[in-house]
Design a protein around this ligand. Sequence first.
Ligand code: GDG
Length: 464
Amino acid sequence: MIVSNRVASPKERAAKAGGLAVALREALSRRGGLWFGWSGETEVNPPQAPKLMKSGRVTYALQTLDPEDQRAHYAGYANGTLWPLCHYRLGALSFRRSDFEGYRRVNQTFARSLMPLLKPSDIVWVHDYHFIPLAAELRKLGFGGRIGYFHHIPWPTPEVFYSLPSHAALVSDLSQYDLVGLQTAHDVRALLTYISAEAKGWIGPGGVVGIRERRFRVSAYPIGIDAKAFVTDAEAAANSEDTQRLLASLAGRALAVGVDRLDYSKGLPNKFHAFENLLERYPQHRSHVTMMQIAPVSRGEVAEYQALRRELEESAGAINGRYAEFDWVPLRYLNKPFPRATLAAIYRTARLGLVTPLRDGMNLVAKEYVAAQDPEDPGVLVLSRFAGAADELTGALLVNPYDVEGMAETFDLALTMPLEERLERWRANMDKVSSNTIHAWCDTFLSDLSSETPLPEGPERRAA
Ligand code: GDG
């Protein structure tokens, strides 16, 4: 059983599903299973049971929520509190007890609606920060089977995590899982440090953790992409109509591309400033490089996101106003999403991939950019050291996104990098992207979650 906030309905699936949705669906189809989540609809006094839809071996179970609960859960606690907290943005953190209560209520609703569908032998895999208390709620209803949790975003270090008034409750909820998966070793260290310092837990070998009577495992499972599918898409894109149109519009200029949801964690203002700084301090690149930022609007109902959108519109206007020529616009800023095939064409054409988040769990765009490159003439990935992907993609040029001038220097270095070095760096990155795929990630997590090997006893039990 997979639980995630949004479930692409069977109708939507083919057209829109991204790599993660496709991989989870494949994992479910192979084993047969159920995908449970929010229907995307709200209704006062919603039905207590989910709407069921079957497609092949996968059943979709979609729960409708009360509008106020949904707001408190999604825009309130999940995206107004946990998202900024986990991305180290304490200035953007807002905490209201009523939102926290709404968050718990939605988790209770989900547990009540899921419970009648569960058999004791079922394995439940919960995705992301919207559902941290779900295992605790299922346990209260008597579910004793295996439950795993994967946290797609960073886990903050204890000093940051303490800012959350409900930090102890959240970790106590986490202890009701059997397996907690995080993106990187850094995230694991952050959580384990909190557990031993604050939650009075013990840490055993292999990431085994004990808090009070609970024993569970915490481990890193860096998420990957469907590398083969991306290579195929990119090869197909090499001569596509999209590529032809793009090349014609560039008129021989180098392209630097960024693809990010319009989110403050993605560091877009800093990236724009760095590009502006490049044009200012390296005039040789003026009229010779075009930056394209694709930034589909996300969580548009949250005030922080509206402010970011205004800031970027102003900044893009200022850069273009200052540097554009009658035949060259330095920055193309696009607020709409594009089909995956078009993205593949853009990635492959781009000499530079600019992935510069202030903080990111993994960042799949970095891996997609690598997979889409022409193996004979690959582009250069410029990557924030604060993206989880920086651990694996050692061939990238790493940057500190807070250092705008440093980033501009790195953009210059990337634009002038000789082919030999580009090849060497790309090969190192591609090795990682093609070995640690989304399928490998899925299989490893599920096999660890299903493992029957008993966890070692904690210190008290051993002493007794
Ligand atoms: C969260 C964590 C973690 C973007 N624009 C378009 C489009 N996209 C696709 C990309 C990529 C996905 O959306 C974005 O994934 P990221 O990993 O970059 O970022 P988040 O959305 O913040 O994801 C992140 C991830 O979960 C997985 O665990 O890596 O750290 O924050 O696949 O290609 N896709 C299409 N058109 C667009 O315009 N088709």
